[in-house]
Design a protein around this ligand. Structure first.
Ligand code: HEM
Length: 472
């Protein structure tokens, strides 16, 4: 008989925060700041604990070493929570995000290639044009001294950028909220979150009005995207030279779908176009909104970004190479990501029994990684609670002892690290530099009234701001 090492804990050795007899911790898990509640429990119960969600039990880890192991040992030893796949497939989404094993590997390569640094450089004219539209929209707010829920404009901005990169479709949601494509997407995103975090799939038993609306939106989006797929196929047939230099993500995947042993059938093509929109939209728009939340409270930081932005001509940087020089702007965004990551929880599952970080995890255990916990500990970042972009600037970093960028997992990690990280950083740096170059920003509410709401990604609720044309 194998003797168990007594220092190794099992799930039943771990604490479970007090909840109700039948539902366990479900009531807290339904709250919009559930990630912060879990982080608080990590402080009280240790970096490993379990929660009960009705009949389900999940392991929560705020332990950086364990979290790194889970992220790195994919796709073999760990996978995304199978519920994510169920919900995605039920909506007709066969994507790289919910694929696993060999199927995931084959999808990952072309998707990552479509988002490589070289490709993002090629997409820059799209980012440039959409940023110009965003700045011109903000100009109208500044002229009228409007108080605005700016997140809606950031959502429009990221959707416009991503749809053009995904399949060459020129949306102008920034100036025209009526585009039906955008309206349908807005019904789909929140329902993914609702269904993934629902303990019982009520929509299968008693579909609500929201469920019926979702069905309609899914159908409408499907019709639109299949039309794009057919148009792209025709373009490739009529212009075979495009196969060498596809002009967008969809064309690149169509070329991939012609290869032997491809996994890109019609469903997967459709799914991955959707995945780009899903993964690239609210993550980026929410991060932009959180960055503005801090900027609106720090006019001196807006001023420093403006000084840096004066290194280039015009409002929006004309080319990609100029973005690389915007080191301070980049630092401000990194700092916003550290303190307000839009992805503070990630959901996984063990593929087999595994013992790591002195914890024995049985096969199929549901695991929630608190991926932002370490980023807010003094062990990894001195004065961790303070918003200070200078910590990211080598020459000005006053925190030589503790500065551990690897502790930040806002983009995940291992072989499934977010492939859109570079694209989103370029989009955000361009937008923030251009906004700060032109405008002063004021928070129109008390900072403490801006609340974190987890809707698969975390967005700032009640973020209202005012813009004023800067005196240059
Ligand atoms: C601030 C912006 C963004 C954040 C915080 C973010 C965060 C994440 C996270 C946490 C994951 C899971 C990683 C893992 O499992 O280890 C992910 C995956 C992914 N992201 Fe992003 N993301 C952002 C922007 C984007 C953009 C702009 C795109 C593309 C247009 C994108 C495409 C994807 C895709 C396709 C995956 C799935 C990768 C896979 O499973 O192999 N993301 N992202």
């Amino acid at each position: 008989m194998i003797k168990m090492d007594s220092s190794v804990k099992t799930l039943s050795d771990l604490n479970t925060p007090k909840g109700s007899f039948l539902l366990g911790n479900l009531k807290d898990f339904k709250k919009k700041n559930k990630h912060r509640i879990l982080e608080q429990w990590a402080k009280e119960h240790g970096e490993f604990f379990t929660i009960k969600l009705g009949p389900l039990k999940a392991l929560i880890s705020a332990n950086l070493e364990f979290n790194n192991t889970v992220l790195k040992q994919r796709p073999d030893k760990f996978r995304r929570l199978s519920k994510i796949n169920e919900v995605f497939i039920e909506m007709g989404f066969h994507t790289v995000f919910n694929a696993e094993g060999a199927h995931w590997k084959k999808q990952r390569k072309p998707v990552a290639e479509a988002l490589s640094v070289k490709k993002v450089k090629g997409y820059y004219p799209i980012i440039h044009d959409k940023t110009k539209q965003l700045v011109s929209k903000i100009e109208t707010y500044a002229t009228k001294s409007d108080t605005v829920a700016i997140i809606n404009d950031f959502i429009a901005f990221t959707i416009d950028v991503t749809t053009e990169i995904a399949f060459g479709y020129k949306l102008n949601t920034i100036h025209n909220k009526e585009d039906s494509f955008q309206n349908h997407l807005e019904h789909i995103f929140p329902m993914i979150n609702e269904r993934i975090t629902a303990p019982i799939p009520m929509w299968r038993i008693f579909p609500s009005a929201k469920d019926r609306l979702l069905k309609k939106s899914l159908k409408a989006i499907e019709v639109i995207i299949y039309q794009f797929i057919n148009d792209a196929k025709l373009r490739l047939t009529e212009n075979p030279e495009l196969k060498e230099t596809p002009s967008n993500f969809l064309e690149a995947l169509l070329v991939e779908s012609e290869k032997e042993d491809t996994v890109f059938d019609e469903k997967t093509l459709y799914g991955n176009v959707i995945a780009m929109l899903l993964a690239g939209e609210d993550t980026t728009s929410n991060t932009l909104a959180w960055t503005l939340y801090y900027l609106a409270q720090h006019p001196e930081i807006v001023q420093k970004i403006r000084e840096e932005a004066n290194s280039y001509e015009g409002t929006v940087p004309e080319n990609y190479d100029l973005i690389v020089d915007l080191k301070y702007t980049n630092a401000v965004i990194q700092e916003a990501i550290r303190l307000k990551p839009t992805t503070p929880m990630m959901f996984f599952q063990a593929n087999e029994d595994i013992t790591t970080s002195n914890l024995s995890v049985p096969k199929d255990t549901s695991i929630i990684l608190l991926s932002s916990y370490a980023a807010m500990q003094d062990t990894y970042f001195s004065n961790a609670e303070e918003f200070d972009p200078n910590r990211w600037i080598k020459s000005e970093c006053p925190y030589h002892q503790n500065h551990t960028p690897k502790a930040i997992k806002a983009f995940g990690g291992g072989s499934r690290l977010c492939p859109g990280m570079h694209l989103s950083m370029i989009e955000m740096t361009t937008a923030i530099a251009s906004i700060c170059k032109q405008f002063d920003i004021n928070l129109a509410v008390n900072p403490e009234d801006v609340e974190e709401n987890f809707a698969f990604t975390v967005y700032p609720e009640n973020l209202n701001v005012q813009f004023k044309k800067a005196t240059l």
